[in-house]
Ligand binder design. Structure first.
Ligand code: SF4
Length: 275
């Protein structure tokens, strides 16, 4: 049996920084330590930190004193609420996500209409969208392009920014931006910001390469992790058999025994011990 393990598997720098910092805080001060939303989309990691005192809260209004902001980032209203109520934030928003917040805010101030590509209910997209202002639209699929263009036309703005969630699909980014650019005439000034994180695009490209060489692709990561689900979609285009697992307990040896070439890739929120 030949097994290829992706070199770009597992924790990205942003997630690693968040988990290291949460561990440091719990070691120095103990719990409880509030975290706004699940610290990462990985049930096993969340449970192990919660056992040491991390408390997942759904709203900043449930915060007691000190709140950890995870790598996905949060909405502008969270910063405003914390400021008004003297809540201390340990802001672990990934610097790459913070950069996007600043960019969309700057472009909105310059009267650009913003097309934000992202999964609509993903915390990163919700956070980024809050910095975009009213002249903006979240595009998750081709179906959103037409209503987004209608909103642009009704705004009468001529400057356009195309930007995305850091873990958005690279191929969908290219497809959607081409669709928008082909729909707008030369009176529009279009700025395309390739904001997909390098860690994400490298992982997606390597997944394609491995999936094309093997008979079975195993993708490891949280069932609720958007970037892991995207790896499954990418792998499915090149390999007939794709299995998504969270831990080794989800994998039966029977299901892999008949394959001679197997590829393994893990999402950005999967620690090394699971792959
Ligand atoms: S995928 Fe990239 S942008 Fe997102 S948290 Fe990781 S390093 Fe940061």
């Amino acid at each position: 049996m030949n097994i290829i393990v992706g070199k770009n598997s597992g924790f990205c720098a942003g997630v690693k920084h968040t988990i290291d910092k949460a561990n440091d805080e719990l070691e120095k001060y103990g719990g409880p330590l509030d975290c706004l939303g699940e610290i990462i989309h990985n049930k096993q990691v969340v449970e192990s930190l919660e056992n040491r005192g991390l408390r997942t809260i759904d709203s900043i209004e449930d915060a007691e004193d000190k709140v950890l902001i995870r790598a996905h980032g949060v909405s502008k209203s969270v910063y405003e609420y914390a400021d008004r109520n003297n809540i201390r934030l340990i802001d672990l928003t990934c610097p790459k996500v913070l950069k996007i917040h600043n960019q969309v805010e700057d472009f909105a101030k310059k009267n650009y209409f913003i097309f934000l590509f992202g999964i609509k209910n993903h915390p990163e997209t919700i956070g980024t969208y809050s910095f975009c202002g009213v002249n903006s639209y979240v595009i998750e699929s081709k179906d959103d392009v037409s209503p987004a263009l209608n909103l642009l036309y009704s705004s009468n703005l001529r400057d356009v920014l195309i930007i995305s969630q850091t873990t958005f699909s690279l191929s969908l980014f290219n497809e959607l931006s081409e669709l928008i650019m082909n729909s707008l005439d030369s009176t529009y000034n279009i700025h395309v910001e390739k904001s997909i994180c390098n860690a994400t695009s490298l992982r997606q490209i390597e997944t394609e390469e491995i999936a094309a060489k093997v008979d079975l692709m195993i993708i490891i990561g949280g069932k609720n992790s958007s970037n892991t689900k995207k790896l499954c979609d990418v792998a499915s285009k090149y390999c007939k058999h794709v299995i998504h697992i969270e831990t080794k307990d989800d994998l039966s040896l029977e299901s892999v025994r008949n394959f001679s070439n197997i590829g393994i890739m893990a999402g950005a929120s999967t620690p090394r011990i699971y792959h």
